[in-house]
Design a protein around this ligand. Sequence first.
Ligand code: NAD
Length: 489
Amino acid sequence: MSTRPRTPADFMEVANQGLYIGGEWRPSSDNATIEVRDPATAEPFASVASASGHDVIAAVESASDAAESWANTAPRERGEILRRTFELMADLEDEYAALIVKEMGKTFAESKGEMRYGSEFFRWFSEEAVRNDGSLTIAPAADKRIIAIGQPIGISVLITPWNFPAAMATRKIAPALAAGCPVILKPASDTPLTALALAATLEEAGVPPGVVNVVPSNRSSEVVPRLLEDQRVRKLSFTGSTAVGRQLLIGAATNVVSCSMELGGDAPFLVFEDADIADAVDGAMVAKLRNGGQSCIAANRFLVHAAVAEDFAGQFSEAMRTITLGPGMQAGVGLGPLINAAAQEEMREIVDVAADAGASVRVGGNAPDRPGYYFEPTLLSDVLTDSPILGREIFGPMAPMITFETEEEAIELANDTVHGLASYLYTTDLARGLRVAEAIESGMVGINRGMISDPAAPFGGVKQSGLGREGSHEGMKEFLETKYIAASW
Ligand code: NAD
């Protein structure tokens, strides 16, 4: 379309134009499409082009044609394009948010929150684009100099999940463009529309053809290996499950492609006996129910000191009872549907398995009898440390609660996982807070906070939760390669 998208219908029209490759919209080479469903009704409402292996290689060609010129574009100019993108996204916040509600299901208020977080990456990296700092060191041998500079790593493949259709993409596109790299974005096939709308916004902001390519595909296991086999691709930045990330790391090994991996989490939420319980419950509601619990940093296990467990469980269940389920655009709704039927079925299964293992369902536990993929906010207490529901990423509005007696036991339980993305802890003793934060094996820790995401902070995990960091000053470095120049004069 020639004019900028201004309404939700315009956004839909943009997304229906096809794949975005080399600054043009085109159908898939074999006319394959993806059916997109509204999780609030389970009905399909849009059909978008599904990229083939041929299409993704066309995207590499376009990125390759654009690479040199983009790398040589003045950092200030790249920064100004990113800044314009931020402004356009802020201007179109409601339209984008409505699209996110439609394809992903979260509430309109939460979708606007995602837009504010997601667009901020463009503002943050518009400022970082001009801060590509290197170093000049006097060598120990004194008569030599060690110069280190950061150069764009090259063509970057970005693969994103469905849970934050805007923010997971902007968190990668913005630092890659700031660093001077062209990108090929493959969004999740459940939520391709927001990513395609982003292509239109980036074009309007002045991103040259080929620098950003967007190729939704429901043939990921076929097309992503094609990308990784192409020697022009030098970077893979992936956000998704640990299982798929592991597979992609193996694929990336052939051409030794640099990988940044934002993978699954198993966040513990610790409540100590000295915590302000009302405050901890407020934090728990955000850490558990934001995005319907479908967040990599969602609290996955509540570890509560035995002395305050009953008080916490009582207040937490009361707070959960006040939440209204419904379609994301409906006023007063606090929790939208889950992404698809499989996710809903998984919640049912977890409740059954937990109950069989002796857990009590304090509140919720059911999928309401209505169209769409809804599930009630659920609190499971009396969960034992060897319960079969532990050790898996729940990805829904369900909170298993376990009790502990000592700080050492709490730390041991928190670290008893292969994951290490986020953790949360509530205590009024800051010394304990910092001591426990340092002992917990995770990339991020919230002390007396249920919400930790911030574009200015380094986001990422340890152990099997990932490699590398997004956001902050570190985010752009993932798209830069350090060159050492040995000099004498
Ligand atoms: P997923 O791993 O199934 O899919 C992620 C992306 O990979 C999608 O674009 C998907 O189409 C693609 N994909 C799937 N199979 C593939 C294959 N065989 N080859 C190549 N690509 C493939 O994850 P999801 O269900 O979309 O998202 C949920 C997961 O993402 C959760 O595990 C969550 O913790 C994780 N996540 C992590 C972060 C983080 O920052 N660490 C953020 C959001 C989500």
